[in-house]
Design a protein. Structure first.
Length: 125
């Protein structure tokens, strides 16, 4: 370490004259504000939503655990899940979702959040 320190001290950098350069003319640079928004999704095309749009939609409605649980689901998957929720026995559905939730996100699924998700899906019809 001492040798490295001595070598660094031994390196001599000659003084340089630095002359500032002025531009020939003043240039005004206007900053542009760019806003990127995903297209608004109407209820008529829920089946066409991408997994990113589904994830954003769930977060917009404060369905945080559902957004994590359904991270890779697109709109078609949501429609199938919703249909399954409508025809399944509630106990079976809760049990299966709880297993998936613990396995995929290591959290229990909230019954309240699940109910809100179900309600939001009904509104999308």
């Amino acid at each position: 370490m001492e040798m490295l320190s001595k070598e660094l001290k031994a390196i001599h950098v000659p003084d340089m004259n630095i002359t500032p350069v002025q531009p020939k003319q003043d240039i005004n640079i206007a900053s542009a504000k760019v806003t990127i928004t995903s297209p608004k999704i109407s209820s008529s095309n829920i089946i066409e939503r991408t997994s990113t749009q589904v994830h954003d939609w769930l977060l917009e409605h404060n369905l945080v655990r559902m957004s994590r649980l359904l991270n890779d689901c697109d709109g078609r998957s949501l429609v199938y899940l919703h249909k399954y929720m409508d025809i399944s026995q509630p106990e079976q559905l809760l049990s299966l979702l709880q297993e998936d939730s613990l396995q995929l996100i290591n959290q229990n699924i909230s019954l309240i959040e699940l109910s809100r998700f179900h309600s939001m899906m009904h509104q999308q019809k």
